[in-house]
Design a protein around this ligand. Structure first.
Ligand SMILES: *Cc1c(COP(=O)(O)O)cnc(C)c1O
Length: 347
């Protein structure tokens, strides 16, 4: 919930829009859709946007762009997409297949062909062959445990892929829209991927997904579409979220909050060395790495009893994704409660 619950500006924007037009057919121009697209592109470079309703749908769209690009460009058809182990890309049939965690692949096969998994960024080079059309990665694996990749390695990958005309798709469904402190995590890593996918933080809770890309004429009218994607209501919400957070960023309030939150996490590691090794992540996408899965599960349970909601991620991480507008008082209260909970955790 990037701007928290009951955010007055967002609520007003949604109400005003709802009193006018919520939805029309996408056969007609939708001005707030164009305005939100301009905001998303302004942090990217030259490109365009396709709107949909969720992260999985945004990734499906990215895969379709890549597959068609591989079909129409070059002499041989290229279709293979490489993703990473421990990744998470969604819950539709092909984004499940793209997700590099075997536990997600039970029950739902047969899956579409043409996916392969690399162990880490370096291993991607071993997996590339003449059929490879795209590499899809998160810059900070969210569900995988809040694992940021090395900036130099990512920049080198982006350069290498460009030389080989292989598309770089960055899944920013979790990292996008200031979650790391920058508009895109790609801004933080100083890369311009061929495709960026977005969803979670963009609508402030109103369902919306987006695909930002320089490849604006690969998909032609009729190749792809969405009934509700980019409608008046969701894009109005998206504009307001971006405007609110832009002010938080430019006033340095976001930066101050991030530092304050980070210091609290570092304190916890120092105070409870029996439970934790280290802090990971960027911005307000953070984790405390615990010594074991058991300890981690116990912490999440005890925190819940103290009415603090923290998430499990990967095998060892306690994950934190607070609103980007969280107050210092709320941070204090959350960590006080968390500490109470930690005192009750048995190793
Ligand atoms: C949550 C998430 C998705 C899936 O988004 P949905 O809106 O649930 O479909 C995809 N990729 C990443 C990195 C995510 O964190």
């Amino acid at each position: 919930m990037s701007v928290g619950h009951g955010n007055e500006r967002l609520a007003n924007a949604i109400c005003e829009q709802a009193k006018n037009i919520i939805h029309i057919s996408n056969l007609y121009r939708i001005p707030p859709q164009e305005e939100l697209a301009e905001i998303l592109v302004s942090h990217y470079g030259k490109g365009g946007v396709f709107f949909c309703n969720s992260g999985a749908e945004a990734n499906e769209t990215a895969l379709k762009i890549a597959r068609k690009y591989g079909e129409v460009e070059g002499e041989i058809k290229r279709y293979k997409v490489i993703t990473l182990e421990n990744s998470f890309h969604g819950r539709t049939i092909s984004t499940l297949k793209a997700t590099g965690q075997p536990k997600f692949h039970q029950y739902f096969g047969p899956f579409p062909d043409g996916f392969d998994y690399a162990k880490d960024i370096k291993d991607i080079y071993n997996k590339i062959d003449e059929k490879t059309i795209a590499v899809m990665i998160e810059l900070i694996q969210g569900e995988g445990g809040v694992n940021p990749f090395d900036k130099d390695e990512i920049q080198e990958l982006a350069n290498e892929l460009k030389k080989r005309d292989i598309l770089l798709i960055v899944d920013e469904v979790q990292t996008g829209i200031y979650r790391t402190g920058e508009f895109y995590a790609s801004n933080l890593y100083e890369i311009t991927p061929d495709i960026i996918t977005l969803a979670k933080g963009l609508g402030g809770g109103v369902p919306i997904g987006a695909v930002v890309t320089r490849l604006t004429d690969v998909l032609k009218p009729g190749d792809h579409g969405s009934t509700f994607g980019g409608n008046y209501l969701s894009t109005r919400a998206g504009i307001e979220v971006c405007n609110i957070l832009k002010e938080e960023k430019e006033s340095n309030r976001l930066k101050n909050r991030i530092e304050y939150f980070e210091n609290k996490l570092l304190e916890i590691v120092k105070e409870f060395p029996n439970l934790f090794n280290e802090v990971s992540g960027y911005g307000l996408m953070r984790a405390l790495k615990t010594h074991s899965t058991n300890i981690r599960d116990e912490i999440v349970k005890k925190a819940f009893e103290k009415r603090v909601l923290v998430l499990k991620a990967g095998s060892h991480s306690v994950r934190f994704l607070p609103p980007l507008t969280i107050s210092f008082e709320e941070i204090d209260e959350g960590f006080d409660r968390l500490k109470d909970a930690l005192m009750k955790v048995e190793e």
